[in-house]
Design a protein around this ligand. Structure first.
Ligand SMILES: Cc1ncc(COP(=O)(O)O)c(C=O)c1O
Length: 402
């Protein structure tokens, strides 16, 4: 199957929209959605058989396929709806006490930062918030930033950090950061939302205590589906957010049935990963994305008179890149898109406006006072999509400055 425009036929995407925004929600291909629908019909045709016989069988098959794909032992892995659930599961199980410290940073995803903030608000946890300013020259510079914070604030009980950041599309050196956490006796919890499918992942090898991520973003699994990996040393401390029939049983028995619910998305894991391999797998996808993103970012930066976000090669997300927008004073310039003086809200509203006006789905982000557009590429993305993005941003330039 040819990557690029012909691949779009395998998805349900609206052909009139240039969709360069895969990073947020997927989508899954038609064959996976068909599989999900098949499961829903199967479930409805015989609900009791589905929950007593099929559900455990499909869970087992999905768990095995997922474990192989991310280099995990199935006994250390549980399947969940999404990474937010995985991270909340760990944070809420750890029974924090007043004065305990959790470290996050300025690139931590908002929902995850809130899960930590809740521990501050209700348990008196101290948040160590690390400001990571751009540009970063190399991985070791980032590791040193964190090392200084460990020194200043030790002991830190938990460090939550991303594998690939959302709004800045940075690959963090997770192995080095997990090692650093161990050095300081700190538990490491990795938010890997964007990593599976985008980078070669071997969770057992990273050396973290906990790793949670999404499968619906870059692995073609139907929405919604994610996982939580637990190091064997820590597994005993972690309980599901919802207690059900599997109470006090094996890790997977505790997690795989959190009350009656529809797991048809989760059970598409084997079909989705088969599709991932059928279209060429990681190397082919990375090479395609690198080609289209390379051309698009250069051309867009030239058209806007700006540049790409400066990121060392080893920290570049394979499927996502950022190009600067020509907006000098975002708080004043984007006022027409916000009711408060909130640049992020203005950018979300501007994204909605541009998407409706120009039939283009993209995302704007704000890092260290600079506004960027985030370009996502996937199997079906072609130069044509990015040319449409470029045309729409040239037209939108007038809106950027009031
Ligand atoms: C880095 C990161 N963490 C967490 C999330 C939350 O993902 P979900 O809503 O699937 O739990 C996202 C969503 O895009 C993300 O980018």
């Amino acid at each position: 199957m040819e990557l690029g425009k012909p691949m779009k036929e395998n998805f349900l995407l609206d052909n009139s929209i240039a969709f360069v925004q895969h990073g947020s929600y997927g989508p899954a291909p038609k064959c996976v959605i068909d599989q999900k629908i098949k499961y829903i019909y199967e479930q409805e045709s015989s609900p009791d058989d589905w929950f007593r016989v099929k559900h455990p069988q499909y869970y087992e098959e999905s768990l095995s396929a997922a474990a192989r794909f991310i280099g995990a032992k199935p006994e250390n892995l549980v399947l969940l709806d999404n990474v937010t659930t995985g991270i909340n599961t760990v944070i809420k199980s750890l029974s924090f006490e007043p004065g305990d410290r959790i470290m996050v940073n300025s690139h931590t995803y908002g929902a995850i930062a809130n899960a930590v903030k809740e521990q501050h608000d209700f348990k008196g946890v101290e948040i160590v918030h690390v400001e990571i300013t751009m540009p970063i020259k190399c991985e070791d510079e980032l590791v040193d930033v964190f090392r200084k914070e460990y020194e200043k604030h030790k002991p830190i009980r938990l460090h939550v950090f991303d594998h690939i950041t959302s709004t800045s599309a940075l690959v963090f050196p997770v192995k080095k950061l997990a090692k650093l956490a161990k050095e300081y006796g700190t538990l490491s919890l990795i938010d890997g939302a964007h990593a599976p499918g985008q980078v070669d992942l071997n969770v057992e090898d990273i050396g973290a205590d906990f790793y949670s991520a999404d499968f619906y973003k870059w692995c073609y699994v139907a929405r919604s589906c994610g996982f939580l990996w637990l190091s064997p040393d820590q597994a005993g401390k972690i309980r599901p957010l919802v207690t059900s029939h599997g109470y006090k049983q094996s890790l997977n028995d505790q997690f795989n049935y959190s009350g009656t619910r529809d797991c048809s998305s989760m059970f598409t894991i084997p079909r989705a990963l088969q599709f991932y391999e059928e279209i060429g797998g990681l190397k082919a996808l990375q090479s395609h994305a690198d080609k289209v993103l390379g051309v698009a970012c250069k051309s867009l930066a030239a058209a806007l008179g700006t540049g790409e976000m400066d990121v060392p090669d080893s920290m570049k997300a394979p499927f996502m890149r950022l190009v600067r927008l020509p907006i000098d004073k975002p708080a004043q310039s984007l006022k027409r898109f916000t009711t408060h003086d909130d640049v992020r809200e203005a950018l979300t509203n501007m994204g909605t406006y541009i998407s409706r006006e120009n039939k283009i789905e993209t995302m704007f982000t704000f890092i260290s006072d600079v506004v960027y557009v985030r370009l996502s590429a996937n199997a079906y993305t072609s130069g044509e999509d990015f040319r449409k993005l470029e045309e729409s941003l040239i037209l939108a330039k007038d809106h950027f400055n009031g």
